[in-house]
Design a protein around this ligand. Structure first.
Ligand code: ARG
Length: 464
């Protein structure tokens, strides 16, 4: 047992907590990170206690000065959290009383660690979410920079990872820009629900002190006050929402990472990543490995894990606060840091990647990707689409048998399948014609892609 029972609730207890129980339950190693938010919340609470006359103004001033000094001491390293402390809230409150004496004990009037921890988390997220959104924009900027450089670069588009139709590289990359655009929306949407103050819910029932929840909410720049005191301390849905938004971001990043990995293989040869973002092998001198892309792909599991962690922790918990909820810190910090780090890495990786347009084009030209164009050509000449599809299938079989790209099949051979074929068919088999022929909204047509880039440049405030 600890020798002295110095817990802030020692009054009701005759014995101190067992060392093993203390070690098991201490969260200071993780929630110590929330000290800025904890002190900011406490200062707002103390000021409100003074203004409402619950404590004297001088007492409130003394507490605020004490808290500011603690912030300074943490900043400079003069006050360091250690394992003997239970959590960040108790560590700071105890330090306050040690520094300014018993008046420090008035800070916790009308407040509980239950509303305090929910407040700290929400304040932390109000800072972390815009940072994440900024990093999402960085990836979008990198994508747009490549797209602008490669507006007319054509590559094989795939479905089932089988070559399907020619598309513009810019169009392919803009598909990711759209995805990250929605990720940004999701983060901002989540922020609206984070931006509500739980402070003043106290343990869960509210308090009989005439506190002003409005006052603290305004000082802490919340958009509003959470309406129900039980809800305010009981739920972590805002966190689950954020980590699901992070999971979706990671899922998008993993798809891009996967494409960069396969595109960097000799088999594809579409991209080369610079030495700054690749590693060698300790045994095979020729190797250049796309580790950064692989790690982005690999870190997805951690973020999904955090989401399942939080969902499982919260499942079937009775109202109101339960200590289980302390376990939310690790997945919260880890998901935010892993997602932020992966976004930063992806933005950098794209800048360090060269896209080989000549190789992409030759892969499109020397293959069968414009088969759909042949079917459409016949259809325009009155052949029913199903029949045209059948004729084209036979032509493709011929091309495969003779190991020829479609563009190299002689006209008389084409005409042996249908007399509708004329010399102009070769124009349609040109991949650039194929992409230009796509005229529907949102298609791979270069003019359409230019408009999409312009729209995103305006949206992201990119300098041109
Ligand atoms: N460290 C706790 C947590 O993170 C703070 C709230 C503790 N409340 C309590 N009644 N024990 O959840």
């Amino acid at each position: 047992m600890s020798e002295v029972n110095s817990a802030l609730w020692a009054g009701r207890f005759s014995e101190a907590i067992a060392d093993i129980a203390h070690r098991f339950s201490s969260s200071i190693a993780l929630d110590g990170k929330l000290w800025r938010e904890d002190i900011r919340g406490s200062i707002a609470h103390a000021r409100m206690l003074g203004k409402t006359g619950i404590i004297a103004i001088e007492e409130s001033d003394q507490i605020i000065a004490g808290l500011e000094a603690i912030a300074q001491d943490i900043e400079t390293g003069a006050f360091v959290f250690d394992a003997s402390m239970e959590d960040v809230h108790l560590a700071i409150e105890k330090r306050l009383t040690q520094q300014i004496g018993s008046v420090g004990g008035k800070l916790h009037t009308g407040r509980s660690r239950n509303d305090q921890v929910a407040l700290d988390e929400r304040l932390y997220l109000k800072r972390a979410i815009p940072e994440l959104t900024g990093k999402v924009s960085e990836v979008m900027n990198s994508l747009l920079a490549v797209a602008e450089k490669h507006i007319e670069t054509i590559l094989p588009g795939y479905t089932h990872l089988q070559r399907a139709q020619p598309v513009l590289l810019s169009h392919h990359l803009l598909a990711y820009v759209e995805m990250f655009g929605r990720d940004s929306e999701r983060l901002n949407d989540c922020l609206r629900r984070v931006d509500r103050s739980p402070l003043g819910a106290a343990a869960f029932a509210g308090t009989s002190y005439p506190i002003s929840r409005e006052m603290t909410s305004i000082e802490l720049e919340f958009a509003s006050v959470l309406a129900n005191s039980i809800d305010a301390v009981s739920d972590r849905d805002y966190l689950i929402e954020l980590v699901s938004a992070c999971s979706i971001i990671m899922m998008h990043l993993s798809r891009m990472a996967e494409e960069l990995v396969i595109w960097s293989t000799k088999e594809f040869g579409y991209v080369t990543m610079s030495d700054a973002v690749t590693t060698g092998s300790s045994i095979m001198p020729q190797k250049k490995n796309p580790d950064m892309a692989e790690l982005i792909r690999g870190k997805v599991g951690r973020v999904y894990g955090s989401l399942i962690n939080l969902l499982t922790t919260m499942k079937a918990l009775p109202l109101a606060y339960n200590r289980d909820m302390q376990e939310d810190k690790q997945p919260m910090f880890d998901a935010i840091e892993t997602t932020g780090g992966s976004l930063e890495m992806m933005a950098f990786l794209l800048r360090e990647t060269t896209f080989h347009s000549a190789r992409m084009l030759s892969e499109v030209q020397n293959d069968l990707l414009t088969a759909t164009e042949i079917a459409d050509y016949l259809t325009r000449k009155g052949v029913p689409f199903r029949e045209a599809h059948g004729i084209t299938g036979s032509i493709v079989a011929y091309a495969v048998d003779h190991n020829l790209p479609l563009i190299s099949i002689p006209l008389d051979v084409l005409q042996s399948y249908s007399l509708q074929f004329k010399e102009d068919i070769y124009g349609y088999l040109n991949p650039m014609t194929s992409v230009r022929e796509k005229t529907t909204v949102g298609s791979t047509n270069p003019d359409m892609v230019r408009k999409a880039i312009a729209r995103w440049n305006v949206k992201l405030g990119r300098m041109k």
